[in-house]
Design a binder for this molecule. Structure first.
Ligand code: NAP
Length: 223
Protein backbone atom coordinates (compact mmCIF):
# COMPACT_ATOMS: atom_id res chain seq x y z
CA UNK A 1 0.00 0.00 0.00
CA UNK A 2 1.07 3.59 -0.54
CA UNK A 3 1.10 5.33 2.84
CA UNK A 4 1.52 8.96 3.88
CA UNK A 5 2.85 9.76 7.32
CA UNK A 6 2.58 13.48 8.04
CA UNK A 7 5.09 14.38 10.72
CA UNK A 8 8.82 13.94 11.12
CA UNK A 9 9.16 13.70 14.91
CA UNK A 10 9.58 10.51 16.90
CA UNK A 11 6.05 9.33 16.10
CA UNK A 12 6.28 10.01 12.36
CA UNK A 13 9.67 8.33 12.13
CA UNK A 14 8.64 5.30 14.21
CA UNK A 15 5.39 4.72 12.32
CA UNK A 16 6.92 5.41 8.90
CA UNK A 17 9.94 3.20 9.58
CA UNK A 18 7.79 0.32 10.77
CA UNK A 19 5.37 0.50 7.84
CA UNK A 20 8.25 0.78 5.37
CA UNK A 21 9.91 -2.28 6.90
CA UNK A 22 6.72 -4.24 6.14
CA UNK A 23 7.17 -3.59 2.42
CA UNK A 24 4.77 -0.67 2.00
CA UNK A 25 5.84 2.50 0.23
CA UNK A 26 5.87 5.39 2.70
CA UNK A 27 6.14 9.13 2.10
CA UNK A 28 6.85 11.12 5.23
CA UNK A 29 5.51 14.67 5.06
CA UNK A 30 7.14 17.86 6.27
CA UNK A 31 6.85 21.63 5.68
CA UNK A 32 10.20 21.97 3.92
CA UNK A 33 12.29 18.98 2.85
CA UNK A 34 15.50 20.97 2.46
CA UNK A 35 15.20 22.48 5.93
CA UNK A 36 14.38 19.05 7.38
CA UNK A 37 17.44 17.43 5.83
CA UNK A 38 19.64 20.25 7.15
CA UNK A 39 18.39 20.04 10.75
CA UNK A 40 20.95 19.20 13.42
CA UNK A 41 18.85 19.67 16.58
CA UNK A 42 18.00 16.01 17.17
CA UNK A 43 19.94 12.77 17.38
CA UNK A 44 19.95 10.96 15.09
CA UNK A 45 19.24 13.81 12.69
CA UNK A 46 16.48 13.25 10.17
CA UNK A 47 19.08 12.98 7.41
CA UNK A 48 20.87 10.23 9.36
CA UNK A 49 17.66 8.44 10.30
CA UNK A 50 16.27 8.19 6.78
CA UNK A 51 19.33 6.27 5.63
CA UNK A 52 18.52 3.55 8.19
CA UNK A 53 15.00 2.74 6.96
CA UNK A 54 13.61 1.18 3.82
CA UNK A 55 10.87 2.38 1.47
CA UNK A 56 10.57 5.80 3.14
CA UNK A 57 11.07 9.10 1.30
CA UNK A 58 10.58 12.65 2.58
CA UNK A 59 8.45 15.17 0.73
CA UNK A 60 6.10 18.05 1.42
CA UNK A 61 2.86 17.50 3.32
CA UNK A 62 1.02 18.05 0.02
CA UNK A 63 3.05 15.58 -2.02
CA UNK A 64 2.95 12.95 0.72
CA UNK A 65 -0.83 13.27 1.11
CA UNK A 66 -1.27 13.03 -2.65
CA UNK A 67 0.79 9.81 -2.67
CA UNK A 68 -0.86 8.09 0.30
CA UNK A 69 -3.93 5.89 0.02
CA UNK A 70 -4.10 6.27 3.78
CA UNK A 71 -2.74 9.21 5.79
CA UNK A 72 -1.30 9.17 9.31
CA UNK A 73 -1.40 12.49 11.17
CA UNK A 74 1.71 12.59 13.37
CA UNK A 75 2.11 16.35 13.48
CA UNK A 76 2.26 18.59 16.53
CA UNK A 77 -1.33 18.80 17.79
CA UNK A 78 -1.43 22.58 17.93
CA UNK A 79 -0.26 22.67 14.28
CA UNK A 80 -2.20 19.68 12.88
CA UNK A 81 -4.92 21.75 11.20
CA UNK A 82 -2.26 23.92 9.57
CA UNK A 83 -0.31 20.85 8.42
CA UNK A 84 -3.43 19.19 7.02
CA UNK A 85 -4.45 22.40 5.24
CA UNK A 86 -0.99 22.35 3.64
CA UNK A 87 -1.63 18.71 2.66
CA UNK A 88 -4.76 19.94 0.91
CA UNK A 89 -8.41 18.97 1.37
CA UNK A 90 -8.59 17.52 -2.15
CA UNK A 91 -5.64 15.23 -1.41
CA UNK A 92 -7.32 13.96 1.77
CA UNK A 93 -10.83 13.49 0.37
CA UNK A 94 -12.15 9.95 0.74
CA UNK A 95 -9.02 8.82 2.58
CA UNK A 96 -8.69 7.44 6.09
CA UNK A 97 -6.79 9.83 8.35
CA UNK A 98 -5.29 7.93 11.28
CA UNK A 99 -5.09 10.75 13.81
CA UNK A 100 -2.36 10.15 16.38
CA UNK A 101 -1.88 13.77 17.41
CA UNK A 102 -2.54 15.19 20.86
CA UNK A 103 -3.51 18.83 21.38
CA UNK A 104 -0.74 19.45 23.89
CA UNK A 105 0.13 23.08 24.57
CA UNK A 106 3.64 23.50 25.97
CA UNK A 107 3.58 27.32 25.71
CA UNK A 108 3.43 27.67 29.50
CA UNK A 109 6.00 24.92 30.09
CA UNK A 110 5.63 21.46 31.61
CA UNK A 111 3.23 19.82 32.25
CA UNK A 112 1.40 20.84 29.08
CA UNK A 113 -2.27 21.82 28.99
CA UNK A 114 -4.76 20.79 26.31
CA UNK A 115 -5.40 23.39 23.63
CA UNK A 116 -8.85 21.90 23.00
CA UNK A 117 -10.94 19.74 25.36
CA UNK A 118 -14.29 19.10 27.03
CA UNK A 119 -16.77 20.16 24.35
CA UNK A 120 -14.66 19.20 21.35
CA UNK A 121 -11.37 17.51 20.47
CA UNK A 122 -8.61 17.84 17.92
CA UNK A 123 -9.97 14.84 16.04
CA UNK A 124 -13.39 16.49 15.78
CA UNK A 125 -11.81 19.71 14.59
CA UNK A 126 -9.95 17.77 11.90
CA UNK A 127 -13.09 15.90 10.84
CA UNK A 128 -15.04 19.18 10.68
CA UNK A 129 -12.31 20.91 8.68
CA UNK A 130 -11.99 17.98 6.25
CA UNK A 131 -15.52 16.55 5.99
CA UNK A 132 -14.64 14.39 2.97
CA UNK A 133 -11.86 12.60 4.86
CA UNK A 134 -12.55 9.74 7.28
CA UNK A 135 -10.84 10.49 10.57
CA UNK A 136 -10.07 7.71 13.04
CA UNK A 137 -8.45 8.66 16.34
CA UNK A 138 -6.09 6.02 17.68
CA UNK A 139 -2.58 5.36 19.05
CA UNK A 140 -2.42 8.77 20.79
CA UNK A 141 -2.61 7.14 24.24
CA UNK A 142 0.80 5.42 24.09
CA UNK A 143 4.31 6.54 23.28
CA UNK A 144 5.85 6.06 19.85
CA UNK A 145 7.69 2.81 20.58
CA UNK A 146 4.63 1.16 22.17
CA UNK A 147 2.47 2.17 19.17
CA UNK A 148 4.32 -0.20 16.86
CA UNK A 149 5.47 -2.77 19.44
CA UNK A 150 2.73 -3.35 22.01
CA UNK A 151 4.26 -6.71 22.97
CA UNK A 152 7.18 -4.77 24.49
CA UNK A 153 4.87 -3.82 27.37
CA UNK A 154 3.31 -6.57 29.50
CA UNK A 155 3.52 -9.06 26.65
CA UNK A 156 0.92 -7.02 24.73
CA UNK A 157 -1.88 -7.63 27.26
CA UNK A 158 -3.18 -4.05 27.28
CA UNK A 159 -5.63 -1.89 25.37
CA UNK A 160 -5.81 0.43 22.39
CA UNK A 161 -8.82 2.59 21.60
CA UNK A 162 -10.24 4.16 18.49
CA UNK A 163 -13.02 6.60 17.66
CA UNK A 164 -14.48 7.79 14.38
CA UNK A 165 -17.69 8.30 12.46
CA UNK A 166 -16.98 5.92 9.57
CA UNK A 167 -17.31 2.23 10.42
CA UNK A 168 -15.46 1.03 7.30
CA UNK A 169 -12.57 3.34 8.15
CA UNK A 170 -12.45 1.93 11.67
CA UNK A 171 -12.35 -1.64 10.34
CA UNK A 172 -9.43 -0.64 8.11
CA UNK A 173 -7.62 0.93 11.04
CA UNK A 174 -8.33 -2.09 13.26
CA UNK A 175 -6.67 -4.32 10.65
CA UNK A 176 -3.67 -2.01 10.51
CA UNK A 177 -3.35 -1.97 14.28
CA UNK A 178 -3.47 -5.77 14.38
CA UNK A 179 -1.57 -6.78 11.25
CA UNK A 180 1.08 -4.07 10.99
CA UNK A 181 1.66 -3.17 14.64
CA UNK A 182 0.56 -6.24 16.65
CA UNK A 183 -2.34 -4.90 18.70
CA UNK A 184 -4.68 -7.67 19.89
CA UNK A 185 -6.99 -5.64 22.14
CA UNK A 186 -8.68 -2.75 20.31
CA UNK A 187 -11.84 -1.13 21.69
CA UNK A 188 -14.03 0.90 19.33
CA UNK A 189 -15.34 3.69 21.58
CA UNK A 190 -17.84 4.90 18.96
CA UNK A 191 -18.15 8.12 17.00
CA UNK A 192 -15.55 10.84 16.70
CA UNK A 193 -16.77 12.71 19.81
CA UNK A 194 -15.23 9.84 21.81
CA UNK A 195 -11.82 11.18 20.85
CA UNK A 196 -12.38 13.69 23.67
CA UNK A 197 -11.80 11.00 26.27
CA UNK A 198 -8.75 9.68 24.44
CA UNK A 199 -7.18 13.12 24.23
CA UNK A 200 -8.18 14.12 27.77
CA UNK A 201 -6.28 11.07 29.08
CA UNK A 202 -3.06 12.86 28.21
CA UNK A 203 -2.81 14.96 31.40
CA UNK A 204 -2.81 11.66 33.33
CA UNK A 205 -0.39 10.03 30.85
CA UNK A 206 2.08 12.86 31.38
CA UNK A 207 1.94 12.46 35.16
CA UNK A 208 2.24 8.67 34.98
CA UNK A 209 5.31 9.23 32.82
CA UNK A 210 6.75 11.48 35.52
CA UNK A 211 6.00 8.96 38.25
CA UNK A 212 7.18 5.89 36.32
CA UNK A 213 10.22 7.53 34.72
CA UNK A 214 9.43 5.80 31.43
CA UNK A 215 6.90 6.13 28.64
CA UNK A 216 6.79 2.38 28.09
CA UNK A 217 3.44 1.68 29.78
CA UNK A 218 -0.24 1.52 28.88
CA UNK A 219 -3.74 1.04 30.21
CA UNK A 220 -4.99 -2.52 30.69
CA UNK A 221 -8.75 -2.71 31.18
CA UNK A 222 -9.60 -5.23 33.89
CA UNK A 223 -13.21 -6.21 34.56
P1 NAP B 1 6.06 16.81 17.26
O1 NAP B 1 7.30 17.53 17.58
O2 NAP B 1 4.89 16.96 18.20
O3 NAP B 1 5.55 17.24 15.79
C1 NAP B 1 6.47 17.28 14.75
C2 NAP B 1 5.78 17.55 13.45
O4 NAP B 1 4.87 18.66 13.55
C3 NAP B 1 6.81 17.90 12.38
O5 NAP B 1 6.56 17.16 11.20
C4 NAP B 1 6.58 19.37 12.14
O6 NAP B 1 6.80 19.75 10.80
C5 NAP B 1 5.10 19.53 12.44
N1 NAP B 1 4.81 20.92 12.77
C6 NAP B 1 5.23 21.62 13.86
N2 NAP B 1 4.82 22.90 13.78
C7 NAP B 1 4.15 23.01 12.60
C8 NAP B 1 3.48 24.06 11.94
N3 NAP B 1 3.41 25.30 12.47
N4 NAP B 1 2.87 23.82 10.77
C9 NAP B 1 2.90 22.58 10.20
N5 NAP B 1 3.53 21.53 10.79
C10 NAP B 1 4.14 21.73 11.96
O7 NAP B 1 6.41 15.27 17.03
P2 NAP B 1 6.11 13.92 17.84
O8 NAP B 1 6.67 13.97 19.21
O9 NAP B 1 6.53 12.85 16.92
O10 NAP B 1 4.53 13.90 18.02
C11 NAP B 1 3.69 13.89 16.90
C12 NAP B 1 2.23 13.92 17.38
O11 NAP B 1 1.94 12.69 18.02
C13 NAP B 1 1.94 15.02 18.38
O12 NAP B 1 0.64 15.52 18.16
C14 NAP B 1 2.00 14.31 19.71
O13 NAP B 1 1.22 14.93 20.71
C15 NAP B 1 1.45 12.95 19.35
N6 NAP B 1 1.94 11.86 20.17
C16 NAP B 1 3.27 11.77 20.45
C17 NAP B 1 3.73 10.69 21.19
C18 NAP B 1 5.21 10.51 21.42
O14 NAP B 1 5.63 9.42 21.90
N7 NAP B 1 6.04 11.49 21.09
C19 NAP B 1 2.82 9.74 21.67
C20 NAP B 1 1.47 9.86 21.36
C21 NAP B 1 1.03 10.92 20.59
P3 NAP B 1 8.28 19.77 10.16
O15 NAP B 1 8.55 18.37 9.74
O16 NAP B 1 8.13 20.71 9.02
O17 NAP B 1 9.21 20.25 11.24
Amino acid sequence: MNVAVLGTGSVGRTVAGTIGSLGHEVRIGTRDVEALMARTDDAPTFAEWITTVTSVQAMTFKDAATFGEIVFNATSGTASLEALRAAGAANLAGKVIVDIANPLDFSKGFPPTLSVCNETSLAEQIQAAFPDARVVKTLNTVNASVMVDPVSVGGGEHDMFMAGDDDDAKRTVESILRDWFGWTRVTDLGDITNARGMEMYLPLWVRLYGAAGTGAFNIAIVR
